[in-house]
Design a protein around this ligand. Structure first.
Ligand code: BGC
Length: 736
């Protein structure tokens, strides 16, 4: 105790108050007495029956009492199609066609918790139509590696941005009677070897960077569910990690909901039961009969079982079940949700570069060549893992055709094609592909030649970015660099549109593109949103939720040589079936050393002066924005930062103002500055708006490795305000 600073003590007190007050309003705690009575009347068998998967996506209720099963649905970016009870095969229904919402990195590019709220609410509406109780999302692990297979699903490289969005998503869903399941807890930051990799990390980096978003969604939004990750942390499987699940999540943060395993991510009976897991999904290998036996043998106390049943019933009662005869009576995707998909997409598109204001393209443009496989490729499904059987998906080409009908002539050429599929670990046979490539290129050049403008629609696709494995590099695949360079030789007016969920290497593309737009895996309405931005109906306002490095080797884990790790065997286990997977995993060994520590994403590039291609937070508009008159003061437990944002252009536009704070006199190593608050503001043409961003003092904390506690240091805080992590024209100071 004697080591604790005053700041630390004040903050600890504040944190305790926060969790106490959150608990008082936590809907999970409304039925405690009733639950106690129910548990009293249950047999051991009935209790354990609830603690594992009943079907692939459900766990049992209590039939005798008419308490319905809990129905789960992937998540995170649309309600997954209905599956056979014990396989990953779809049932082939018609009614389960859902809205495909922009994936995680697209949602995060809005930098708008309000949009995340609308997103969670819309997901809830569709989940309800399908009779689902818990969405398996938001997926919110920090985007540590540019190559990470699930970067497109995850939100951001920054904990505050990820946390604020996860809060929005969680409240949006849970205010509408649908539970969320924050995933994957914790440190599932790579897909290669995710089933067994052991994360070695400092306590400080774990707390400040990787756990903070989960903590925010638990404490500030009372998330009802958490999914234990596949990997190990500090030598222990996440699904039986007493420190993560019991000590931190439950005792420290006050989590009252259920912890479910990732699918096939349970590895023991007693370990998982005592280590804090509530539900083994999707089978009963460890938490079925084996758990009954362990209780009878005295290895697992009955109180442990009772508390799990309590957690489940809390969620069950907080989320009204949809009667079976009401569920699935209409198509899942409905107009109100499609509108949300459009709104998110339209705020997520990032304008990276706009040389000579080529965009928005005006009336002078009569002919456009739309070139690239992603102009027509849908992204709702593909690769391994959750996808959406979308009712529809507007591709970039369709969006442009609708917007430009009768006004502009569109010449479309595929330009390039993805490589044929190959067996895992083998190179694809490119003989036929090469022959076809020459033909496609010739067609593309022909289309480009006479056009006023070339829209090159490339990037990745859902096979390239996929659950279960990381990319081996971030190069633009399928010969796109060679193609676009050839196009530039016949037509220099190129707008490149990158359809991708994670970073791509743009060194060659950037040289030949006058404008560049990042437009994500952007959901059912992605094509409409993109067309509205390209044509100037709305101004772009998305901001990068991660850094676009110049090259992969510049990114922290690669620069330090700690990723990819040496692999003893297979790089990934997605092709090993669920039953054998467990044995397979138990035999594997690999360590992920997070040597970059807290220097993740922009914290690395700004602090080490590593040049980026486009920085975290970057995104241009069609109008010039300027910032002025910064003021900051401490008000109670917050810092209030006030400044003016001026729109110097001739159309209404939105800007995401960002506040980064440096602590020059700090006693600990810190990044150059860190994102502490942000706000999306709409400003009319020529107007100025005064913006106030309230930063909770809690955001100023750092983890003290010696005290194992949060501290807020006193002293100077330098506040930078601007439009990206590398464009911060305004500065002010306060003393804490
Ligand atoms: C993924 C989870 C997903 C689950 C069920 C797992 O492979 O990691 O994110 O919710 O499958 O589909």
């Amino acid at each position: 105790m004697k080591h604790k600073t005053l700041g630390g003590l004040i903050l600890l007190a504040l944190l305790n108050t926060t969790s106490v007050s959150a608990q008082q309003t936590n809907p999970l705690l409304k039925n405690e007495a009733k639950i106690t009575e129910i548990i009293k009347g249950m047999t051991l068998e009935e209790k354990v029956n609830m603690l594992h998967g009943k079907n692939m996506f459900s766990s049992a209720g209590i039939e005798r009492l008419g308490i319905p099963d809990l129905e789960y649905a992937d998540g995170p970016f649309g309600i997954r199609e209905e599956m056979e009870p014990h396989s990953w095969r779809g049932l082939g229904w018609e009614t389960d066609k859902a809205t495909f919402f922009p994936t995680g990195s697209a949602l995060a590019a809005t930098w708008c918790p309000g949009m995340a709220y609308a997103y969670g609410k819309a997901m809830a509406a569709e989940a309800k139509l399908r009779g689902k109780d818990m969405i398996l999302g938001p997926a919110m692990n920090i985007q540590r590696l540019p190559t990470g297979g699930r970067t497109y699903e995850y939100l951001s490289e920054d904990p505050i941005l990820s946390g604020m969005l996860a809060i929005g998503y969680t409240k949006g869903a849970q205010d509408n009677d649908e539970a969320v399941c924050l995933k994957h807890f914790a440190l599932n930051n790579q897909e290669n070897m995710r089933g067994f990799v052991n994360v070695n990390i400092s306590e400080r980096a774990m707390r400040e960077i990787y756990l903070t978003p989960f903590e925010m969604a638990v404490k500030q939004a009372n998330a009802y569910g958490v999914m234990a990750a596949y990997n190990k942390v500090w030598g222990k499987w996440c699904s039986e990690n007493d420190l993560l699940q019991n000590a931190i999540l439950r005792n420290e943060w006050g989590f009252k909901g259920i912890i479910i395993s990732d699918w096939g991510g349970t590895h023991s009976t007693v370990g998982a039961a005592i280590g804090g897991l509530d539900v083994e999904m999707p089978s009963s290998t460890y938490m079925g009969q084996a758990l009954i036996d362990s209780v009878k043998a005295g290895a697992v106390p009955m109180e442990v079982i009772d508390s799990k049943v309590r957690n489940l019933l809390r969620v069950r009662f907080a989320v009204p079940a949809v009667p079976k005869d009401v569920a699935n009576t209409q198509i899942t995707s409905q107009p109100a949700q499609q509108k949300v998909a459009y709104d998110v997409a339209s705020k997520s598109v990032v304008l990276l570069k706009n040389e000579g204001n080529l965009l928005p393209f005006g009336k002078k443009v009569k002919t456009i060549a739309v070139i690239g496989h992603n102009a027509t490729r849908t992204m709702a499904l593909g690769g391994v893992g959750a996808g959406v059987k979308a009712l529809y998906e507007i591709t970039p080409l369709q969006g442009l055709q609708t917007a430009l009908k009768g006004k502009v002539k569109i010449k479309h050429a595929v330009g390039y094609e993805p490589y044929p599929r190959a067996r895992r670990g083998e190179q694809p046979d490119l003989t036929a592909w090469n022959e076809n490539a020459a033909k496609l290129k010739a067609e593309a050049l022909k289309a480009a030649k006479g056009a006023d403008l070339v829209l090159f629609v490339g990037g990745d696709n859902r096979e390239v970015e996929t659950e279960g494995s990381d990319r081996t590099n971030i190069d633009l695949p399928f010969g796109q660099n060679e193609l676009i360079e050839a196009i530039a030789a016949v037509n220099p007016n190129i707008v490149s549109i990158m359809v991708a969920g994670g970073p791509v290497d743009m060194r060659r593309l950037e040289k030949v593109s006058k404008s560049i737009v990042y437009s994500w895996f952007n959901g059912s309405e992605g094509g409409h949103a993109l067309a509205d931005i390209l044509t100037g109906k709305i101004a772009p306002s998305g901001k990068l939720p991660f850094t676009l490095p110049v090259k992969l080797e510049d990114s922290p884990a690669y620069a330090l040589g700690v990723y990819p790790q040496k692999q003893e065997t297979e790089s990934s286990d997605v092709f090993v079936d669920l039953v054998n997977r467990d044995n397979f995993r138990a035999q594997q060994k690999a360590d992920a050393d997070y040597s970059e520590d807290i220097f993740v994403g922009y914290r690395w590039y700004t602090s080490k002066n590593v040049k980026t291609m486009y920085p975290f937070g970057h995104g241009l508009s069609y109008v010039p924005f300027s910032f002025a008159n910064a003021k900051a003061e401490v008000k109670g437990q917050n810092i209030e930062v006030t400044f003016d944002v001026k729109n110097g252009g001739n159309m209404t536009a939105e800007q995401v103002a960002q506040v980064y704070i440096a602590r020059p006199d700090s006693k600990v190593i810190r990044p150059k500055y860190e994102l502490k608050g942000f706000s999306r503001v709409a400003v009319n043409a020529g107007d100025t708006k005064t913006v106030t961003i309230t930063i909770p003092m809690e955001n100023m904390r750092h983890w003290n490795e010696f005290q194992h506690a949060w501290n807020v240091e006193k002293g100077k805080a330098v506040i930078y305000i601007g439009s990206s992590s590398e464009d911060l024209p305004l500065k002010t100071e306060i003393t804490l």
